[in-house]
Design a protein around this ligand. Structure first.
Ligand SMILES: Nc1nc2c(ncn2[C@@H]2O[C@H](COP(=O)(O)OP(=O)(O)OP(=O)(O)O)[C@@H](O)[C@H]2O)c(=O)[nH]1
Ligand SMILES: [Mg+2]
Length: 422
């Protein structure tokens, strides 16, 4: 009998947590659906008495029931001392078989800043983080692993960077005071190899931080708001860097700790997904649609040029050179107007005013003139020096000059400073 009682009491603790029914006073968060897009902050009702949330920290989990009580307690303790009730912890669990979500929900009465989301239809670390951010109420959005490999104390340094004005603050293993605790040579090699691969495929993104593989960071909501995210796999930071409007980046060193409880979910699949993710971002960053529009406008210019040339020669009876120059200039005006309105319309709208438009027009003329010189040079080199067929040479020259015109105009004329390149 005594033994029976003992057995019952040994099983009583986990059973109490596991069988905890969804409490109506501590409901789970509704899982956002649709595009992975961060909304603006909801307008605050003036009658609201709850304090404004500054920091929303997502803790993505899969089979982390053993780590949840410790991580929640540590983070709450730390944040209560600094931003008291102006933060929220959001656990996003992918319906873990060890009922992590239920363990988390059972902690809610003790931790008022804790919220829990249980995803049953989607899976994956990166999308879990974004779904959490979609439900978040803070201006600063963060992410930290549940397994205590990310030292909670570094949070305060990251938050301090955000308060100083950073758009993104990344906990890094590759700056002073950073490192990895007990990694094997193979794991170190794979991690660095992934970084080098990233630098080759996406230098402008991966090269911006010392630890692009970090899963411990904060980002300002404004910097990613409205962007449609489409991450593959584990590396949510790459997605944020690749799609966000990130100017100021802060970093804080940390030592990646060894896992004490639970098991790693990293497999070879994550490396493949990482490469897929890099390639996907690479392609999405090519301004393909803009280039197609530029090509269509250029094509329309050919007809304008020919039409005006015909009118000047046949009807007005002008000399050949004069007709050619005039018709070319009319075509340039035509192309400029369409490009300014359509191809680069989104950029023009941010650079308003007649003065700026005239400046753009003059620059466009200069780029076209340089293009003409390059065109003649290429045809001469290919035909005279390399003995190529003159029509093939001309085609190659047209293709090269179209690319030149597009690229120089994009980078120097309709300069993409604040506007997304896509
Ligand atoms: N919601 C959700 N969380 C996940 C998923 N995969 C991993 N996580 C969580 O993401 C965090 C990082 O995952 P880990 O498996 O620890 O990966 P890691 O820290 O890069 O690698 P290790 O050093 O091997 O632990 C942990 O909190 C996991 O529980 C997933 O599919 N969905
Ligand atoms: Mg881990």
């Amino acid at each position: 009998m005594e033994d029976g009682c003992l057995l019952l009491s040994i099983h009583a603790t986990p059973l109490r947590v596991m069988s905890n029914p969804a409490s109506p006073s501590h409901p789970l968060l509704v899982v956002p659906t649709g595009a992975l897009q961060i909304p603006p902050l909801a307008a605050r009702n003036s009658a609201t008495t709850t304090p404004e949330i500054k920091l929303s920290l997502i803790i993505p989990t899969y089979k982390e029931s053993q780590n949840i009580p410790t991580i929640v307690s540590k983070l709450s303790h730390l944040l209560n001392q600094t931003i008291r009730d102006r933060y929220e912890l959001i656990i996003v669990d992918d319906n873990s078989p060890d009922l992590t979500w239920e363990v988390a929900q059972s902690l809610m009465p003790e931790y008022p800043q804790l919220r829990v989301m249980r995803r049953e239809k989607e899976r994956g670390l990166s999308t879990a983080v974004i779904r959490g951010w979609q439900a978040a109420r803070g201006e600063v959005l963060g992410v930290i692993d549940a397994d205590l490999q990310h030292p909670p104390e570094t949070l305060l340094q990251l938050y301090a960077e955000m308060e100083r004005g950073a758009d993104l603050a990344v906990a890094s293993r590759h700056v002073e005071e950073g490192g990895v605790s007990d990694w094997s040579i193979i794991r170190r090699f794979l991690s660095r190899g992934a970084q080098v691969l990233g630098l080759i495929i996406l230098p402008g993104v991966v090269g911006r931080v010392s630890d692009p593989m970090s899963g411990y960071f904060m980002v300002r909501r404004d910097a990613i708001m409205g962007k449609v995210m489409d991450p593959v796999g584990y590396k949510i930071l790459i997605e944020v860097l690749g799609r966000g409007n990130i100017r100021w980046i802060g970093e804080a060193g940390y030592v990646f700790q060894e896992r004490q409880e639970g098991e790693s979910k990293v497999t070879g699949k994550q490396y493949i997904e990482y490469i897929q993710h890099l390639l996907k971002l690479r392609i999405s960053r090519w301004p393909l649609m803009r280039f197609i529009r530029f090509g269509v406008v250029g094509f329309s210019g050919v007809f304008v040029d020919m039409g005006i040339f015909y009118v000047l020669r046949e009807i007005a009876g002008l000399a050949l050179t004069r007709s050619a120059i005039l018709s070319a200039e009319v075509a340039i005006v035509n192309n400029f107007l369409w490009n300014d309105l359509w191809t680069f319309g989104d950029i023009s709208r941010t650079q308003k005013g007649w003065k700026k438009r005239i400046k753009r027009f003059l620059k466009f003329n200069l780029v076209c003139l340089a293009g003409l010189i390059i065109n003649v040079l290429i045809v001469n080199i290919l035909f005279n020096l390399l003995g190529m067929n003159e029509y093939v040479a001309k085609l190659i020259a047209i293709a090269a000059v179209t690319l030149w015109n597009f690229w120089i105009n994009l980078k120097l004329n309709w300069r993409v400073t604040e506007v997304d390149e896509r």
